[in-house]
Ligand binder design. Structure first.
Ligand code: ATP
Ligand code: MG
Ligand code: MG
Length: 551
């Protein structure tokens, strides 16, 4: 494998290896909460965590951070596994679930209570919020803060046994109500939620908070480097506090800047809104930034990995151009996509000197970038369709496609020359009558005459209809996260972000399997959709041919 660029996290790891920290073990994890489908931001985290483990000969756990029963579901667990696998990463034999540690979490909470480092607070949720203070003002201590360990233990057991209603009390860490770091003002450890958990059912009615659970999950699994996004930087003191107080194995939390992309909303909560409110057809709508959506759109796993590598890892938040992601998929598809001919806006051409009852098969290479992809045959006859755009009645200078009296090459076929333009009563061009040069079979002649323009085409007797879905950005503004006052993010959804057309395709596309990538010659990259049926393929436009990313 080629040398991958370094970054500040790799530097930390190299230093730790040099110092012999953790006996030279490198252990990372990717810890999604199963409350939605993974998106391209998660892909960055997956590539980073699994990539580090691969590069440094360590391990990476896939861990479901399933400590909040209200929003989690096994549908999401399944989709997450599928997506990580599809990206090409292997978490080995074991899947880890935070919910498997619920007993251990409880034991450790009891330990904090016994050590006088946690207490049951009976303030109302509103009071807790009020007592917490603000950034400018210190918080106030709860009147329940001085309950004895014995008292707290009894109350905690009652919480656990379901003797309280939701919101009646919580378990809090006893840290510092005047800390300048709000996270340290006696954060909540356990809350009551009388709801079914997707794995533990109704065994528990108290659930641990993220800040308490996350470090313990890392610790229990022996994770050495716990990599998270920048918002958690000021949670790190709390992450460290719990591990120190409990005297358990202490992983190192490292923060990096999350991925933001133009024209994209990333958070699962917002993506769920788009799904629930019908702005998209589902989590795998090809306009969604989810891994499932990108896959259906035609993004390859390799292109997403290349993108992650290219954008790198940093400590500073920024927004990456969507065009950079497109650049990556275009590069990859250029290497692997089979070239085919599809006419999106057909104009009939009759080749008057081609025998009416003749049909022939012409050789077409599948991919000039890869000879081993071989050839196929495409039918040719007197009646064909070309792209309406490839003809101009009154062309400007240096127009090399078809115009009256001018020759143009039909890809894989012949030179044709336009002899007559047929119009309807409204003056609209309905047909071109052309002649062809039989000596130009295959697209060249011995006399070496120059024919500059080349166009794609389909046989009017053999083409099949294809549904082609043309996608644009889902949002009309580059930064939908930063919108005008009073707007909700869905106000900037582009109602025209999907246009469906019927195109005329060469017959080799009649029976496409889903998720095959093609280059429609001169048009763009397209991927067959799962909605395809025999004889009526459906394609999603992955990306156009022209690069718009300014490097
Ligand atoms: P969301 O707000 O989209 O729900 P999240 O951070 O709550 O994201 P988790 O399921 O908790 O989602 O994330 C799993 C991992 O993916 C975390 O380690 C998180 O830091 C990382 N991650 C999430 N979003 C991004 C992003 N935009 N860029 C990089 N990493 C991300
Ligand atoms: Mg999270
Ligand atoms: Mg979240």
């Amino acid at each position: 494998e080629e040398n991958k660029p370094s970054n500040f996290i790799k530097n930390i790891i190299r230093k730790d290896l040099e110092d012999g920290k953790n006996d030279g073990r490198i252990h990372t994890r990717f810890p999604p909460e199963p409350n939605g489908y993974l998106h391209i931001g998660h892909a960055k985290s997956i590539c980073l965590n699994f990539g580090l483990a691969e590069e440094f000969g360590g391990k990476c756990n896939l861990r479901f951070d399933d400590t909040n029963p209200l929003k989690e579901d096994t549908e999401y667990v399944d989709s997450i596994k599928e997506d990580v696998k599809w990206l090409g990463f292997d978490w080995g034999e074991t899947e880890f679930y935070a919910s498997d540690y619920f007993d251990r979490f409880y034991e450790l909470a009891v330990q904090l209570v016994n050590d006088g480092k946690a207490y049951v607070d009976s303030l109302t949720p509103e009071e807790i919020k009020e007592y917490r203070g603000t950034l400018k003002e210190p918080g106030k201590e709860s009147p329940f803060r001085d309950r004895t360990p014995a008292e707290n233990l009894e109350l905690l057991e009652k919480m656990k046994n379901g003797e309280f209603k939701e919101g009646e009390c919580v378990l809090r860490a006893k840290i510092d109500m005047s800390s300048p770091n709000m996270n340290m003002r006696d954060p909540i450890i356990y809350r009551i939620a009388h709801s079914e958990h997707h794995r533990t059912g109704d065994k528990w009615c108290i659930y641990p908070m993220y800040d308490f659970a996350h470090g313990l999950e890392d610790s229990i699994e022996g994770v050495t480097h716990s990599i998270c996004t920048l918002e958690f930087e000021d949670h790190r003191p709390l992450y460290d506090w719990f591990l120190e107080q409990l005297g358990v194995f202490h992983p190192q939390q490292i923060e990096f800047a999350r991925l933001n992309l133009t024209y994209t909303m990333m958070s699962k909560r917002n993506l769920l809104t788009l799904v629930n409110e019908g702005y998209v057809s589902g989590w795998d709508d090809p306009r969604m930034p989810t891994i499932a959506g990108l896959r259906r759109r035609g993004y390859t796993a390799q292109s997403i990995k290349n993108f992650s590598e290219m954008i790198g890892v940093s400590k500073a938040n920024s927004i990456v151009e969507y065009a950079q992601l497109e650049y990556c998929v275009r590069e990859d598809l250029n290497k692997i996509a089979q070239r085919v001919m599809v006419v999106t806006d057909p104009l009939k051409v009759v080749i008057t000197n081609y025998p009416e009852d003749k049909e022939e098969m012409l050789d077409a290479e599948n991919n000039p970038e890869n000879e081993s992809d071989g050839k196929r045959e495409i039918p040719f006859c007197r009646d064909i369709y070309i792209e309406r755009d490839d003809f101009m009645e009154n062309p400007p200078k240096k127009y090399f496609r078809l115009s009256p009296g001018q020759e143009m090459r039909l890809k894989h076929a012949y030179y044709i020359k336009c002899e007559e333009v047929v119009k309807d009563d409204n003056g609209e061009i309905v047909e071109l009558r052309c002649t062809y040069d039989p000596a130009s079979r295959g697209g060249w002649t011995d006399d070496g005459r120059r024919v500059k323009g080349t166009a794609h085409w389909v046989s009017a007797r053999h083409y099949i209809e294809a549904e082609v879905r043309l996608y644009d950005h889902l949002f009309t503004i580059p930064n939908p996260g930063r919108r005008k006052k009073g707007e909700v993010f869905t106000d900037n959804v582009d109602p025209d972000s999907l246009k469906v057309i019927t195109a005329f395709a060469e017959p080799s596309l009649a029976d496409v399997k889903p998720l095959q990538s093609y280059q429609f010659l001169r048009i763009g990259y397209f991927t067959s959709d799962k909605d395809s049926v025999s004889g009526k393929p459906v394609f999603n436009r992955t990306v156009g041919l022209k690069d718009t990313w300014a490097k």
